[in-house]
Write a protein that binds this ligand. Structure first.
Ligand code: 13P
Ligand code: SF4
Length: 433
């Protein structure tokens, strides 16, 4: 329902049944690793709270006590002062899933595709503060000029889906595909495509093997490109974006197989792999896994005139039951340009849906999921961390820098550039059924 309250304000007053976890009321530093002592192996409160986190996931150590105990008003004043002092030396990027208390400071807002381009557009800025998640900051570092330093305010802001495919697992998959499909051990019959939501190492893997990166805004165009170069595509790490895109391209269900990295041959027979056109990594987003066909049916029952728009990370049956699907940017543009009085049920992260509702009080906009459950990792970026990294910059210190090693950067850049060079790669982002 339209509201001007941020999700944080709503969480503050919500009853337990309205939240997916009581821990949403905790401060994010409850999950930071104490300077002395064991780390807490958790993504943090929210949708990925119950996902397994790999031991290699970056850790945020406790930020200085003065930031943890600051009143919200002082944090706002300090961010404002530091930002003003840094001026054009600083650019702040904000993904749509960031909390309002962060997004208000963003010079640019966008989806991961748009932000990766904007990261490169302000060359006079020597600090890019990326209020998003780890893979986005890595992509910014790959695309940034040499003098630009990329900063992630909370190092534990990863992505549980990106963590579902690591380099060793993908290399093992590639070797097995090579052996099974006759690619002389190098998987030659397969073009690798990685979703933007993946580590720089996996983007480099694709760059070195004739592959490419895609985002939710250009996956259709990118898969077309890949199928012009090979008869099969290995798509990771999101099974659902891969399946939804494959379906848009007319690939039949029985030509899409799922690769489970924990099983030999991904759990497939050699015959099944030979018959496949799209090999989908078994990975998912726990935010979008919450949306169901039953929620869509309930929204249609309550509001027969409703438009249902979802992100393509949702399961296939959910996307099929919706009216439209597309990237966060496309969801935003579609609703912003819709007629006054129109009614929208949205299947994506709650901070973005809540903000859309607040910004368009002339439309009825609500989240398909009635329970408040933000992306755990986006939610790790609290204004206290932003104040900390900005004040450090004012003092001439760079904290929480994201640095992609040069050799990884070069190969990952190849895969990203292939995507960025595709004509009309942003077209076809939405499909109206
Ligand atoms: P977008 O590229 O659509 O912003 O998606 C990124 C993401 O992480 C969605 O869960
Ligand atoms: Fe990752 Fe899902 Fe969060 Fe997007 S919403 S950053 S895919 S966990």
């Amino acid at each position: 329902m339209p509201s001007t309250d941020s999700i944080n304000a709503k969480i503050g007053v919500a009853a337990p049944a309205e939240l997916c976890s009581d821990e949403l009321k905790w401060n994010p530093w409850a999950y930071d690793a104490p300077r002395e002592g064991a780390r807490l192996p958790l993504y943090g409160a929210g949708a990925s709270q119950w996902d397994t986190i790999p031991a290699s996931a970056p850790v945020q150590t406790e930020i200085p006590e003065r930031y943890r105990s600051m009143e919200p008003k002082e944090i706002v004043d300090r961010i404002g002062t530091a930002k003003a002092r840094l001026g054009a030396r600083l650019v702040i990027l904000g993904h749509h899933y960031q909390r309002d208390e962060i997004i208000r400071w963003a010079d640019f807002r966008g989806d991961s595709f748009k932000l990766s381009q904007q990261a490169t557009s302000r060359r006079q800025a020597d600090a890019i503060v990326f209020c998003g998640v780890h893979f986005m900051a890595e992509s910014a570092d790959i695309l940034a000029a040499d003098h630009q330093r990329v900063i992630l305010p909370n190092m534990a802001a990863g992505c549980s889906m990106a963590d579902m495919a690591d380099e060793a697992q993908v290399l093992a998959c590639w070797r097995q595909l090579g052996a099974a499909l006759g690619g002389a051990g190098d998987g030659a019959a397969v073009v690798p495509v990685t979703y933007m939501n993946s580590s720089a190492a996996l983007k480099a893997f694709c760059g070195e093997r004739g592959g490419v990166v895609c985002t939710s805004s250009n996956a259709t165009r990118v898969l077309e490109w890949a199928f012009e170069r090979g008869e099969r595509v290995l798509f990771f790490p999101d099974e659902h974006l891969g399946r939804n895109t494959g379906t848009k391209l007319g690939i039949p269900d029985d030509a899409m197989v799922v690769w489970d990295p924990r099983r030999p041959l991904g759990g497939n027979s050699v015959e099944a792999l030979r018959g496949a056109r799209l090999i989908l990594w078994r990975g998912w987003c726990s935010v979008h896994a919450r949306f169901t066909v039953a929620q869509i049916a309930e929204a249609r029952r309550r509001y027969p005139e409703i438009n249902v728009i979802v992100h393509p990370e949702c399961r296939h049956e959910v996307v099929a039951a919706a009216d439209l699907d597309g990237s966060t940017e496309l969801i935003l543009e579609t609703i912003a340009t819709a007629p006054a009085g129109s009614c929208w049920a949205v299947g994506t992260e709650i901070n973005m849906v809540n903000r859309l509702a607040a910004e368009h009080p002339d439309k009825r906009i609500f989240c398909l999921d009635p329970v408040i459950c933000p992306c755990s990792t986006m939610y790790r970026i609290h204004p206290a961390y932003l104040a900390w990294v900005l004040e450090a910059l004012v003092d001439g210190r760079v904290v929480n820098e994201i640095v992609v090693a040069d050799h990884v950067k070069a190969a990952a850049r190849v895969a990203l550039d292939r995507m960025l060079a595709l004509p009309g790669s942003r077209a076809g982002a939405a499909a109206r059924r």
